[in-house]
Design a protein around this ligand. Structure first.
Ligand code: SAH
Length: 257
């Protein structure tokens, strides 16, 4: 595999979590999109239990808490993200309803049928879309909902350069109808599916990384891993601008049946 296609997992975890801690979001998304996805969820009350899996520093969790009732547990693998998550919740005076805990999405500590809603923006790829949908389902009550965003192809065919890049980075990338079929096969009714607008990538994800990259490179001058990581991020950004007609993030919302 050449350097350009290196996945996040091959870089130093501490460096990466430091890099992503300096930006508000760790994946594409926006407050408007979180609120839109939430508009399809009809089963929440002040007693509801919600999990935000792969929550990062909680950009979307805070929006969820401000627009939905109930208690939210955010789970992320990286302790530094959870630290920031809990301090962000406290700053907004949401600490009673939001709690961040360190944990892995493949070993979740919920009881069966404990949750009313499972949320996960830009993170289910870490376990794989199908595996996540299947394994997490048992934690939902009957009639509970799942809302996840996932990278998807917009067309049946695409140029080789972008096809190869994503097949290498995430072989489970697939078309929207195939993803919906996987959701149905996993035991959910498809409630809604929508493509995230481009500003979720450009304005909310890539733009804040430009100054973050400069500061990161300055701090880690001469560090090959840091330089390679930033080069990789920049390459991914260029590919997005070149090929955004062919792929993007899609929200998939389902109801457990
Ligand atoms: N939901 C956030 C973060 C998305 S980035 C947002 O949209 O901004 C993906 C997140 O998944 C990162 O925060 C990463 O630390 C987390 N992650 C990666 N592997 C994980 C695992 N096995 N269990 C839990 N979280 C994980």
């Amino acid at each position: 595999m050449d350097n350009e296609n290196k996945s996040i997992h091959e870089f130093d975890v501490n460096l990466i979590s430091e890099y992503y801690s300096s930006v508000e979001r760790q994946g594409p998304g926006s407050p408007e999109v979180t609120i839109k996805a939430l508009s399809f969820i009809d089963n929440l009350s002040s007693e509801s239990r919600i999990a935000d899996i792969g929550c990062g520093t909680g950009g979307q969790t805070m929006v969820l808490a401000q627009n939905a009732p109930g208690y939210i547990t955010g789970i992320d693998l990286f302790p530094i993200f959870i630290e920031l998550f809990n301090s962000n919740a406290a700053k907004l005076n949401l600490q009673v309803r939001i709690k961040g805990v360190i944990g892995s999405m493949d070993k979740l500590a919920f009881q069966n049928e404990e949750l009313d809603l499972i949320w996960s923006e830009g993170a289910i790829y870490n376990i794989g879309f199908e595996r996540g949908l299947n394994e997490w389902r048992k934690f939902l009550k009957a009639g509970g909902c799942i809302a996840v965003s996932e990278i998807s192809w917009f067309t049946e065919e695409r140029p080789a350069e972008i096809d190869e890049f994503w097949q290498d980075a995430y072989p489970e990338i697939d078309t929207i109808p195939n993803k919906v079929a996987q959701l149905m096969k996993a035991g959910y009714k498809p409630v809604a599916t929508f493509i995230l607008p481009e500003d979720c990538w450009t304005e909310h994800f890539y733009a804040p990384q430009v100054p973050a990259q400069k500061a990161f490179l300055k701090k880690h001058a001469g560090n090959k891993t840091a330089e390679e990581f930033v080069a990789n991020q920049r390459h991914e950004t260029q590919l997005y601008h070149k090929y955004k007609e062919y792929y993007g993030y899609v929200f998939y919302i389902g109801k457990k049946i």
